[in-house]
Design a binder for this molecule. Sequence first.
Ligand code: 48F
Length: 252
Amino acid sequence: MGMVDEIKISKAIVEKYSAKLMDVLESDVAIVGGGPSGLVSAYYLGDMGFKTVLFEKKLSLGGGIWGGGMMFNKVVVQEEATGILDDLGIGYENYDEKHYVVDAIELAGGLIYNASKKAKVFNLINVEDVMVKNGRVAGLVINYTPVEMSNLHIDPITVSTKAVIDATGHDASVCSILARKGGDLELKGEKYMDAPLGERGVVDNTSEVFPGLFVAGMTVAAVYGHPRMGPIFGGMLLSGKRVAELVGSKLK
Ligand code: 48F
């Protein structure tokens, strides 16, 4: 084992992290939330060549994938979504003609790995506000999660983007900020369990909900008032791919 130097280790981390953060201060696309829909959108947008950043407020990415259904760590996807799993090299098994089963750990790990190969991915960063210019979302206001958790009075910094994707799941964090601050956006709120209806609604209504702001995943249900669907993830994956296509064609 070669000799290592404590100060070199520190310098390497500070220098490389700072360069990564500096690089994303002006991005093409910023994705908020590292659950299934956000990670899939990061992968496809990065793959299309857009400068893409994803901010996740927690230590681990993966959102609601890890625990499967009630901690049984398997999730279900529909056949239509298996093409995305194939693109990302994530395995699945056929349960019957309509349902495929994916290991939650492999799904979370595979999505995180692929997204971080194509986009700049940050954990521990909370999106606390948006920048709006000329009636359009033009950027994000970010701060370290521990600042928010400990209620420290520390100002955030700002990132400029051409498009923002709210993929914050049930919270619909970015949409809620706009609605609260008079941004002419109404959140209808998620409804009771109905998996087929919820899955279809999430994909069909993946869209731009305010100039410069797109929604994906459960945030779509929160904005449009669709039912919840539990541990079936095809809709989340397909919504992530759809939002990438929408943003991609808008920015072209
Ligand atoms: O909740 P989440 O997994 O979102 P999703 O992609 O998928 C939903 C499913 O997991 C599941 C379901 C499927 O049937 O119902 O719930 O819609 O991931 C959202 C991520 O966003 C992060 C949050 O920590 C989570 O990892 N997040 C939320 N608010 C913020 C945020 C914020 N303000 N800044 C940064 N990250």
